[in-house]
Design a protein around this ligand. Sequence first.
Ligand code: AMP
Length: 333
Amino acid sequence: MKEIVLTGIKPTGQPHLGNYLGMLKPALELAEEQGEERLALYFIADYHALTTVKNKKELQDLTDQAAATWLALGLNPDKAILYRQSDVPEVFELAWVLACFTAKGLLNRAHAYKAIVDENLAAGREEDKGINAGLFTYPVLMAADILLYGTHIVPVGLDQRQHLEVTRDVAIAFNKNYGNIFTVPKAVIRKEVMTIPGLDGRKMSKSYNNVIPLFAPSNQIRKQVRRIVTDSKRPEDRKDPEDCNVFAIYRHFADAEAVAAKRQLYLNGGLGYGDMKQELYELLETAFSAQRDTYNALMENRDELDTVLRQGAEKARDIAVPILRKVRKAVGV
Ligand code: AMP
């Protein structure tokens, strides 16, 4: 039996460095190593995005951008399965079944939902203001995304750990009642890239508007890098590299020797933030400019993207349909 690796990205904005380091890069490495024993399924969670993106063209553009990102970064769609969530309708049937095994209290505590409730309360608003039921039940659909394919491992960033726990809880609850129908998946969260900070030091996130997009034009990347918030220390002052938002990103792109040398320069004094930002910008250009060309070419050819995604969905359904059949049989419908 193959080990199934599965992960997804929500097309709610352009993919950014947090997505790349936290999930895309580890997932691509897992797909590279896949050989005969491992199969990677990577998807664009377009129906998850519908909780917030309510403009048709925007949703389609963002979905294609996410697909083009996977491919530009080197995902081989002949080896891995790349598909759109909405092209596999079985997932929505399974989501209903799983909802019937999900404690509502578990969803009340899910942090993505709770964060908005807390924000509402802090602003003196009614606690569920602006929250649709799709957003509330998001972890159930996510559980279906994962369990529908017999997934063993899910590479994600730290922000998804709790949602993965919900998936495991639901799978275990279901199995307890009906026998071993679902594989209980495990999250794979890389320690060094658990949470990549954004321009302001909070988690890099589309919802905080503090991101560095992977494939924005070069001048926009430079602008974003210049906007990274630093303290007001002068070049000659000693600084703590662990407390610097520029270093926090730089360390993932420079080689080990350069990182060690920079760390020393921070500690000794003699480093200006402006120079450091310029270096980071250049490293990002080196890392991504060739892939950006591929990305732009893919975005010029949306029909081809669509074909890749549809073919991926067919392969995904070959795995999903028998599992859903087993579930239906188990529950008695
Ligand atoms: P999303 O766009 O929210 O669907 O996120 C896609 C993936 O990127 C998920 O596995 C997240 O955990 C991961 N991710 C998002 N932001 C960050 C971040 N700032 N640091 C590390 N991983 C992240």
